[in-house]
Write a protein that binds this ligand. Sequence first.
Ligand code: ATP
Ligand code: MN
Length: 145
Amino acid sequence: MFGKILYPTDFSDVAEKALAYLKKLKDSGAREVVVLHVIDERGFDHLNRVMGDEKFEALKKYREEETQKLLSGVANELKEAGLKVKLRIENGIPVKEILRVEGEEDVSAVVIGSHGVSNLQELFLGSVSEKVIRRSIKPVFVIKR
Ligand code: ATP
Ligand code: MN
């Protein structure tokens, strides 16, 4: 039923908690996990003006390389559990990219953390997870902090 799953991660503790759950979903028919990290371009693009094109491109490349390393760690863990893994890095606004990839990859469900790196105590949900839950057309499993 849940053959292909989208797992957006910001590498936060809550998002990492979802890994154990993803492994368990294998018993419910999960075969493949699309692991997605969105490099949030907001609060970053203005650096282009400050740094100039060359340094900015180098910084972008560095960020993507570091993301790739983190994603590889996640991939290894899921592969060890016998799941097929596809890694994706997108640049943009997290909610937008998550929903776009959800459609593009035609996944059967989304597994997301209730909170992420901010993890504010008084918030019921983080802003990314709230919007994904609202707008996703697929079932969303929310991993609580
Ligand atoms: P906020 O960002 O609103 O301050 P938060 O950081 O506590 O709050 P969210 O950002 O909503 O919470 O994170 C909830 C979940 O959304 C994460 O556990 C992760 O699964 C996913 N997520 C958040 N940001 C990204 C991102 N940049 N790329 C991929 N997935 C993300
Ligand atoms: Mn966040």
